[in-house]
Design a protein around this ligand. Structure first.
Ligand code: DMJ
Length: 715
């Protein structure tokens, strides 16, 4: 079986792969034979194993990096599972490299007595690529490379085995003779150096190869398939109805906060009751800590910043829970301290804390919240001190030093592209351009990088500013909000930055083409993933269910009308992932069936993915769909989901994530209430059930990724 070549070599993906062998001093290519071959067999085996492991490990990292935004759980899972796996992958790679280097050194030492050894070695150092050339591999069966190992430029790599035959063409005999005429040490050293250079090359290529290689996925447009027929809400045709005053004059100023809330609907009342219950548990057992652990009546800290309290501020205000809001404000005024020696995730602290403070400032006009926003903004801005301007994942709040995440060498794409609304808003309200300049540079840089039909890999290196090769492409964890913020940034800036809109539209076309599929038997739309940037996997995260709302918002702002059809169909699928479970709660990840089977199920859930973390994405989209169409079916769906939360997540002292949505008896409570449950889930449910939808019109507000509303500007 011939392995396809990936990754941007000039030969393209369908050419035969080349082995790497040495040239003699005439530039002729010589095969390695006889004794040398034997001596090198062990080293070659090591190299093969290293390459194979590296490829597998690189390909595994994105698969396992799926714990988007679950703080303590994310840390824990990193420790126990995927993070540990990634870390082990790198240390294993480093060990292999070290061992290989030691072998080379040993070989060199053994032959050091030969006077020419050093000169031979030196003659090749620093110029290795010139010493590599191409021989055509005509037999590649069982080559143990999988996947993720590729070549770059003119130098393609294989881990050739003993049974690999190198076709040397007409010059073969002559080259073999010349090679054999070389001193043995020269041949050995030469090959060792080539091997070492190749390992280094593999690492570089794996980190920075051009991801724009063509993808091996079917070309049909899945969305031409008929839509689901039942229970489908009627679509109200959308016009661009953006208010002219916002569009033209708008306000490069703070939009006046909405007036006091009107009388609540019955369903709204129930949601506000849930907020009070959650708040009471937090106040009693976790006050000032990041998260409540409602079962053990204790708390959890991730950033040591009172995450739940800050994330909840604007929800309390919007719900008109004055007492709760005032006690929270008091804590912010007297206790919230950013001057601590603490590493925080730039993205999470931006969307939750900076976003929460800014939003609360806009709603209340209370200077306290702006002062706090500036304080943390000035610390977080250190995250952008990298070689490329693409931020590092983590920042220390005290030292203002930035770093890669502990579990890997790269930043997540969604994270570096989901901080722009907040930093831009900070610049607009303070008049200090520095914050916006930093995030603009990131957006402009990412805009220029190669993409796969507008879709992006999920890892990027902060120093080089380049994608990690063979990263997963997904609309879920670590990819999701890149697409969301393309559109929302364009809206925030008064629709003046067309490249953002264009990139958004191109990405939706790419989603339709490369990621969209329909299920059997019900023809449900879902968006799968491309693993290793090319292999389609029929899984979709709950996180992806933000997309219907974003698409509907785009259509409202003039994006192609057929995006609304995608939004409706995906909204329906997302809803079923909740309401087809006995708990009415969605699992973290769902797998979709695209083949006719005896089970007759459109989708299924694996045990490890059956948890519900109180996530908001589906109810967020339901709010957009209702807000923009007025179709009350969306409210009804949201109400059923809320019943699931009430029935299976509500506990005596708050709400808890659960480990199993597939059973009403064995829900496996996880003893954690995420901050976004108060910041997002309950806020969107409240908005969904509001009878008067004008207070938070999407013509005036743009909601950040953590549901914190920020004003729309004119430019
Ligand atoms: C939140 O922190 C944000 O919505 C983020 O963009 C994605 N993950 C969580 C909620 O699931």
């Amino acid at each position: 079986m011939r392995l396809p070549v990936e990754g941007g070599g000039p030969m393209g993906g369908n050419e035969k792969r080349d082995s790497v062998i040495a040239k003699d001093d005439q530039g002729n290519i010589q095969p390695l034979t006889g004794e040398v071959q034997q001596q090198l067999a062990g080293l070659r085996k090591d190299l093969t194993t290293t390459i194979s492991n590296l490829g597998r490990e690189i390909s595994e990292i994105p698969n396992e990096a799926l714990m988007d935004g679950t703080e303590e759980e994310e840390d824990a899972e990193r420790e126990e599972g995927s993070g540990a796996s990634a870390r082990n992958a790198f240390s294993s790679y480093q060990r292999s490299m070290k061992s290989l280097q030691q072998n080379i050194a040993a070989m060199e030492r053994r032959h050091y007595r030969h006077s020419y050894a050093r000169s031979v070695r030196q003659s090749y150092v620093g110029n290795l690529p010139d010493e590599l050339s191409k021989g055509r591999v005509i037999k590649e069966e069982n080559v143990p490379i999988d996947p993720g190992v590729s070549g770059r430029g003119d130098y393609q790599l294989i881990a050739d085995r003993d049974d690999v035959i190198v076709d040397m063409g007409e010059a073969s005999t002559q080259r073999k003779r010349r090679w054999n005429q070389l001193p043995r040490l020269q041949r050995v050293v030469f090959f060792m150096l080539a091997v070492a250079a190749l390992v280094a090359l593999i690492y570089v290529v794996a980190s920075h190869a051009d991801p724009s290689a063509p993808l091996a996925v079917p070309q049909e447009n899945i969305l031409t398939a008929p839509p689901p027929a039942d229970n489908h809400p009627e679509v109200i045709e959308n016009e661009v109805i953006v208010e002219e005053d916002v569009k033209k004059e708008g306000a490069d100023q703070i939009i006046p906060p909405p007036g006091p809330p009107r009388k609540r609907s019955e369903r709204q009342e129930a949601v506000v009751g849930a907020m009070k219950h959650a708040w009471k548990g937090y106040k009693t057992y976790a006050w000032g800590h990041d998260h409540l652990k409602p079962l053990s009546r204790s708390s959890n800290d991730w950033f040591r910043l009172g995450l739940t309290l800050v994330d909840a501020l604007d929800t309390l205000w919007i719900m008109d829970l004055k007492d709760e809001f005032n006690e929270a404000r008091e804590w912010v005024a007297t206790q919230l301290n950013f001057n601590i020696n603490q590493d925080v995730n730039l993205f999470e602290s931006t969307i939750r804390i900076l976003g929460g403070l800014l939003s609360t400032y806009h709603l209340t006009n209370d200077q306290l919240f702006l002062d706090k926003a500036v304080d943390i903004g000035d610390r977080l801005v250190a995250g952008f001190n990298s070689g490329s301007g693409v931020p590092f994942a983590d920042v220390n709040l005290y030292s203002r030093k930035a770093s890669n995440p502990k579990w890997g060498p790269d930043s997540s794409t969604s994270e570096v592209t989901t901080i722009q609304l907040e930093f831009r808003d900070l610049s607009r309200v303070t008049g200090n351009p520095i914050y916006e300049e930093k995030v603009n540079l990131v957006s402009e840089h990412i805009h220029k990088l190669p993409k796969t039909e507008g879709l992006v890999p999920i890892f990027i290196n902060a120093q080089t500013g380049q994608w990690r090769a063979h990263s997963t492409i997904t609309l879920g964890a670590r990819g999701d909000t890149y697409y969301e913020y393309l559109l929302k940034q364009w809206i925030q800036t008064g629709r003046t930055r067309d490249f953002l809109r264009d990139d958004f539209n191109e990405s939706v076309t790419g989603m339709e083409h490369l990621l969209a599929r329909r299920t059997e038997p019900s023809n449900l739309l879902f968006f799968g993933e491309l693993h290793g940037s090319k292999n389609f996997v029929n899984k979709m995260d709950e996180l992806t269910c933000y997309l219907p709302g974003t698409l509907a918002l785009g259509v409202h702002y003039g994006m192609p009308k057929h995006h609304m059809k995608i939004a409706e169909d995906l909204m329906y699928t997302c809803t079923l992932t909740w309401l087809r479970q006995p708990t009415n709660l969605a699992p973290e990840i769902t797998y979709y069936n695209t083949q006719p089977t005896s089970t007759n199920e459109d989708f299924f859930v694996k045990s490890n993915d059956a948890h519900y973390l109180l996530r908001p994405e589906t109810v967020e989209s339901l709010w957009y769909m209702y807000h923009l169409t007025g179709n009350k079916t969306y409210q009804d769906w949201g109400w059923q989901m809320f019943q699931g939360i009430e029935n299976y997540c509500k506990v005596e002292n708050g709400y808890t994530s659960i480990g199993n949505v597939r059973s009403t008896i064995d829900t496996k409570p996880k003893d954690k209430m995420e901050s976004f449950f108060l910041g997002e889930t309950l806020k969107y449910l409240n908005l969904l059930f509001m009878e008067d939808q004008s207070a938070f019109s999407v013509d005036k507000w743009v909601f950040n990724s953590e549901a914190h509303p920020l004003p729309i500007y004119t430019h």
